[in-house]
Ligand binder design. Structure first.
Ligand SMILES: [Zn+2]
Length: 617
């Protein structure tokens, strides 16, 4: 990193890292598969070509260990390795990755056991070979990774959150999940805390210059009200555990900076501002909402019309769920709307202040045309898995000769399916609801998981179809032995669903992506990247909503507004360039949604807030 001589940075390329890992092991893995099943060279090559499920997480961890090991050696290259992980749900998955290595080892061991039995029977004894060593290595590597994550001497976890109720509730859930997995979080950093007003002396005995404003005061009170209960001794509502974890959890805060720090100098300054943090005293509620005023722009009315499926996506903390909820309420004034969340961290309930579940339900105080559903993707996946395992067992029950290795391998292939299969199966069902005739909904609005994850979710149908088709191709070879049966039918159905989902996503008259972002450098850069990736996937972008624009009137607030204007202008320029490349397909609407303290909550406040959105291009 230029300007920081002791710092090196790397973006992990998961597919290259995986290839580096696989290359020396490919032949042995093929040998094990050939020994353990009826698969031939061609089948095995096909399976090994599949992008292996969850492998980026595992490889990520292996790469981190590789770098950490380099620390201990005599030619230690680094003394510290800092890992920036993906958002919450994804991080929890990363930490579960070592278990996947164990499962892979288990599948391989099952396959190899058939070979061991045959060799022992023929020769009267069995000697461990290279294939056995590979299996043992995988097992060991998984255990070492798991141990490393829990070893507090080797590393520690810092959790970063925002002083807002939803972020704090998510943090509380995540910390509880990590704690249950035996992983201790040592540090909690609360980012973007509104600073205390600067103390400025009045000049020559006159009145002190204005250094604070209504906006900043409201923000401080809102943050204090969000944080006090999260750290209270008694549990949060809905059984969420308190964040007060005694002296082991170091609490730090970074103040909200007018301009997002970018570059070595700005980041160094920001690091210097990280301070030990005290939980604020409980503050009285705000008398009324404070909304930032947007100037010189026109009302954003029907920028969402024309598509029957709107997928809202954006990075965590940008207010994606709030925007999706407000848009759905607005659409429901004259259309029948279904608002669906597939994000494992459901937050529609928090936004509307009501509980939702798998059955579509009306919003308290909302229009009768709007139904809300929170899909439980994990439960959906569990049902699919059950059907799959039953079908495998049924197929193999018909085989007279022992095919234990194959049966076990087929059974376990479901556990090796690409991660995100649960959300894709759930979302494929949503896509099917669109094709129903007569359709129960005019528009479906989905609140997808955060950016990286949403992209992956959209890429997964293709991966998953490769996986399904590889299974089916292999199954065809077994046709003589096991018959097509339920298993084939199940796989054909899944493949069809995925093809349907891909077709709907690629049709701009049906599906459009709405990106929610913030007027800051990193989110804006990510938005550009997201648009490019979506286009590569053939998915149309309908609009970019820049959320939480504006602030108050004090010097700090004016500096915030200036920095935001610069970023929005940069976003506009980037989108114009993209539009030129994009050609006749049409324009992206850029929408500004004003910042509000506290953020809009409940149907009435959301509807009111929606009327103040402005279209700026
Ligand atoms: Zn202010």
């Amino acid at each position: 990193v230029r300007g920081a001589p002791h710092l090196s940075a790397a973006n992990l390329d998961a597919s290259r890292a995986f290839e580096r890992w696989l290359a020396p092991r490919r032949d042995l893995l093929a040998t094990i598969a050939l020994r353990g099943t009826y698969l031939d060279d061609e089948d095995v090559a096909r399976l090994l070509k599949l992008s292996l499920p969850g492998i980026d997480e595992v490889i990520g961890l292996i790469e981190i260990t590789r770098m950490s090991r380099a620390l201990a050696g005599p030619n230690a290259q680094f003394e510290n390795v800092v890992v920036d992980t993906a958002p919450t749900g994804h991080t929890l998955r990363l930490l579960a990755a070592p278990a996947l290595l164990g499962r892979v080892a288990g599948v391989l061991d099952n396959l190899q056991s058939h070979h061991r039995a045959v060799v022992s029977a023929l020769r009267g004894s069995y000697r461990v070979d290279a294939a056995d060593s590979l299996i043992a290595d995988l097992q060991r590597e998984g255990e070492e990774l798991a141990a490393m994550l829990r070893d507090q001497q080797a590393g520690d976890v810092t959790w970063v959150t925002l002083p807002e109720p939803m972020a704090l509730e998510e943090t509380s859930d995540a910390l509880a999940a990590l704690d249950a997995a035996g992983i201790r979080v040592r540090r909690l950093i609360v980012n973007r805390v509104t600073p205390a007003p600067p103390k400025r002396r009045s000049r020559e005995g006159g009145p002190p210059p204005s250094v604070d404003c209504q906006w900043c005061q409201a923000r401080r009170r809102f943050e204090a009200r969000a944080m006090a209960p999260a750290f209270a001794a008694s549990p949060l509502r809905r059984g969420r555990p308190s964040l007060r974890r005694g002296p082991q959890l170091e609490l730090l805060a970074l103040p909200d900076l007018p301009k997002e720090p970018r570059g070595v100098a700005a980041l160094r300054d920001a690091a210097g501002l990280i301070q030990p943090w005290q939980v604020p005293a409980k503050a009285p509620p705000l008398a009324r909402r404070v909304r930032a005023r947007l100037k010189g722009t026109s009302a954003a009315t029907d920028f969402l019309s024309g598509a029957s499926w709107l997928l809202f996506g954006g990075k965590g903390g940008v207010g994606k769920t709030t925007c999706a909820a407000a848009a759905a309420l607005d659409l429901a004034t004259d259309r029948r709307v279904l608002l669906v969340s597939t994000d494992p961290a459901h937050s529609l309930g928090d936004v509307f202040g009501a509980a939702f579940g798998d059955d579509p339900r009306r919003v308290p105080g909302g229009p009768k045309n709007l139904l809300v559903r929170e899909i439980d993707a994990t439960a959906e996946m569990a049902r699919f898995r059950q059907k799959y395992v039953a079908a495998v067992d049924e197929a193999f029950a018909r085989i007279a000769r022992s095919a234990g290795g194959d049966q076990a391998a087929f059974r376990e292939l479901i556990d090796l399916a690409p991660p995100g299969i649960d959300e894709v199966i759930a979302i494929a069902e949503v896509a099917e609801a669109l094709a129903e005739s007569p359709s129960r909904h005019d528009v479906i609005v989905t609140d997808a998981a955060p950016t990286g994850h949403a992209l992956r979710l959209l890429q997964t149908p293709a991966l998953l179809r490769d996986w399904t088709q590889a299974l089916m191709a292999i199954l065809l070879k077994y046709h003589e032995i096991v018959g097509a049966g339920t298993l084939a039918a199940l796989l054909v159905q899944l493949s069809k669903r995925l093809r349907g989902l891909q077709a709907v996503l690629a049709d701009p008259a049906k599906a459009r992506f709405v990106i929610v972002t913030r007027a800051a450098a990193v989110p804006v850069a990510e938005t550009e990247g997201l648009i490019v990736s979506l286009r590569a996937l053939g998915i149309a972008v309908g609009a970019v909503i820049v959320n939480a624009v504006g602030a108050g009137e004090c010097p700090r607030c004016r500096a915030i507004r200036r920095a935001q204007s610069e970023e929005i202008a940069r976003l506009g320029r980037a989108l114009r360039v993209l539009r030129v490349i994009r050609g006749r397909e049409g324009a992206y609407a850029i929408i500004e949604a004003p910042a509000e303290v506290p953020p809009p909550h409940g149907a009435a406040a959301l509807q009111q807030w929606r009327t103040s959105w402005r279209q700026i291009s």
